[in-house]
Design a protein around this ligand. Structure first.
Ligand SMILES: Cc1cc2nc3c(=O)[nH]c(=O)nc-3n(C[C@H](O)[C@H](O)[C@H](O)COP(=O)(O)OP(=O)(O)OC[C@H]3O[C@@H](n4cnc5c(N)ncnc54)[C@H](O)[C@@H]3O)c2cc1C
Length: 414
């Protein structure tokens, strides 16, 4: 008996979901039917949110109807409420029950304010608040601005970009006696990219007179001060920060104490045979679009192989690529991190990946470049690339199984 195509249900409409969709269509071809379940018909390309207040770029939105159509997928506008893996069904926010054969959960994280009292970069909506900070600097109503990387799950690079672009903005206007500082739990700037990137970024910060304070945790902005742990606090007329991410905590699926979904290196959700997850929603400690796309690739390859495509599925092995917008001329830099302290790295004026998009994604980036001309908007900046060791898995102990939902109950330690 020949079996028809396998129905793959992808939940989410961001980087991980779209990368999974495109990769699966290319790798598994007609062996799969694809459906995308997401609450909004548009996808906002977040990385350029930081450039918007300076007029150096704009947040672009893409039509998911068209992207789904281009890849022969059905699009359902709905939100995932819960999953019942035993029955292979999911429930949507409006109470509908839908069946799936193989499910991919790529719903991202939930951004929450990490430093109360700060101007928090929560995607496109923050632009007008940040423009007010720039105007207050221009009109000398404020003098000291602190950029604070929060503790916990977030992607720190946008804050470095904001600090650097603010410094360029100030210099271009000849404004003097203003103080910019960057506060972060990292010991070195953009530490995750390794030593060469850290020293290149530190040089940039020094050149632009941005005071780097590493190893400090920002807890709150109040009364003209940024409260730091360990202290002392610093004076700051305005504090700019990033949101911290919480996991989606989907009923029916296992999750760690912060709500993130544990998977193996092929993206299979722990304790389940037909549910995969990718991107910021998972326990992977690096919350970055490029990494989300690589997780999605591992998922797509694993699914393609299971439906009979000639694919040898590779496990997720993160390579970090970051294009740092500086507000100045373009410089590309490469740092390969294969573990240990001393990572080989190089600086170059050439792009380190192609197309040189802000979110480096094997399938999504070329699609956007071809279909939507995204390449022309690739901004100038400092590109950094690093192979990162697969993060040490946190110790998970199976402590039981919920008979109603066939969900593994997992205790996470470490
Ligand atoms: C200001 C800023 C700048 C950034 N710059 C970069 C950069 O330069 N390079 C880079 O690589 N990364 C960057 N990142 C990080 C990057 O945006 C994220 O890591 C990436 O978007 C994660 O992809 P994702 O698909 O996992 O989640 P998301 O992109 O957050 O997508 C989640 C999707 O799921 C949908 N969804 C949510 N809940 C549900 C539900 N219950 N049911 C169905 N659908 C749901 C959402 O509507 C959304 O479509 C930046 C982030 C920020 C905030």
């Amino acid at each position: 008996m020949t079996r028809g195509p396998t129905k793959i249900t992808i939940v989410g409409g961001g980087v991980a979901a779209l990368e999974t969709l495109i990769a699966l269509r290319r790798l598994a071809e007609e062996r799969v039917t694809l459906e995308l379940i997401t609450p909004q018909a548009q996808w906002s390309y977040r990385p350029l949110a930081v450039a918007e207040p300076f007029g150096l770029g704009e947040v672009k939105t893409y039509d998911l109807v068209q992207i789904a159509r281009d890849h022969g997928a059905a699009l359902h506008l709905a939100g995932l409420q819960s999953v019942n893996p035993a029955a292979r069904t999911l429930t949507t926010w409006d109470g509908r029950e839908l069946s799936y054969e193989v499910l991919v959960v790529a719903v991202g994280g939930q951004p929450v304010v990490a430093v109360p009292g700060s101007v928090t970069v929560k995607g496109p909506g923050y632009t007008s608040r940040f423009r007010t900070v720039l105007r207050d600097l221009d009109e000398r109503r404020i003098r000291r601005v602190a950029f604070a990387v929060p503790a916990g799950a977030s992607w720190p690079l946008p804050l470095y970009e904001l600090a650097l672009m603010t410094a360029a903005h100030i210099a271009a206007r000849g404004l003097r006696k203003l103080e910019l500082s960057l506060i972060t739990p990292e010991q070195e700037p953009l530490q995750i990219f390794g030593r060469a990137a850290a020293s290149a970024v530190r040089e940039l910060l020094d050149e632009r007179d941005i005071h780097f304070r590493g190893g400090r945790y920002a807890s709150e902005a109040r009364n003209g001060e940024l409260v730091l742990v360990p202290g002392p606090n610093i004076s700051a007329d305005r504090v700019v920060s990033l949101p911290r991410l919480h996991g989606p905590s989907i009923p029916g699926l296992p999750h760690d104490p912060e709500g993130f979904i544990p998977t193996d290196l092929h993206g299979l959700v722990e304790g389940h045979a037909d549910v995969y997850a990718a991107g910021d929603a998972t326990t992977s400690p690096i919350k970055q679009g490029g990494v989300a796309a690589q997780q999605a690739d591992a998922v797509a390859e694993a699914i393609a192989a299971r439906v009979g495509a000639p694919v040898d599925p590779r496990p997720f092995r993160p390579v970090l690529r970051g294009l740092l917008l500086t507000g100045g001329s373009a410089q590309f830099m490469r740092a390969e991190v294969s573990g240990g302290e001393d990572h080989p790295s190089a600086a170059s004026t050439q792009a380190l990946w192609w197309p040189p998009s802000k979110i480096a994604a094997q399938w999504l980036a070329p699609y956007l470049a071809q279909r939507h001309d995204e390449l022309e908007r690739a901004p100038a900046g400092l590109a950094v690339e690093a192979e990162v060791p697969v993060p040490a898995p946190r110790r998970r102990t199976m402590i039981g199984r919920d008979a109603n939902s066939d969900t593994a109950l997992v205790r996470v330690e470490g």
